[in-house]
Design a protein around this ligand. Sequence first.
Ligand code: G3P
Length: 227
Amino acid sequence: MSFTLLMDGANADVFRSLSQFLPLDGVTTNPSILAKNTTISAEEQLVRINEVLSPNQPLHVQAIAETVDGIRKEAEQIRNAFEREICIKVPVSTEGMKAIKHLVQDGVTITATGIFTTQQAFLAAKAGASYVAPYVNRIDIQHGNSMEVIRRIRQLFDTYGMPARILAASFKNVRQIEEAMLAGVHEVTVAPDLLEVLLNHQGTDAAVKQFTNEFSNAFGEGKTLFE
Ligand code: G3P
């Protein structure tokens, strides 16, 4: 089984910068993320983020419309705007599920999003969604148990041989990410600031500083191993 690490954000510069030191596989966005940047249009943000991705790096873009016809129309617009496969995110509302059934029939890759329960994930996968996105922190703050939801989704997918991948979202700390991975998710999408926390540790910084100080105290300032 492969694991996929995604950035939950729409800033192309941030993705490029984080990609220099993190093994990022692609990007997810949602309307709230796009709404944080009003200096350029949502469309322009998507164009720019697509430009920094290679064609085989997944880009998940969410439909904003709430009706089945609106979602289908928007999905078509999103797909027409890019010359490569885009994963269309659709919330698992009643209208969303109607749209998912049509879009799957049309061969569209669907990311069923806004998932709070095992049952929602199961139904979306059965309807043909390629990805299901449980909202970890939002489940937990509404008195749910996100990790149990994930474990059960994974168990059902394995039991019934469902190919949908669990793409967990809505993380507020790095422990949630690790727990979700241990609970069996295939993918996580993480906000840029939390991606940095995933790597950084003051113990590492202190160790590096100590190595440098002890070496330069012994051999002289600026000295390296062979110079
Ligand atoms: O894409 C869905 C995810 O970003 C939601 O996360 O942090 O708004 O709960 P959050």
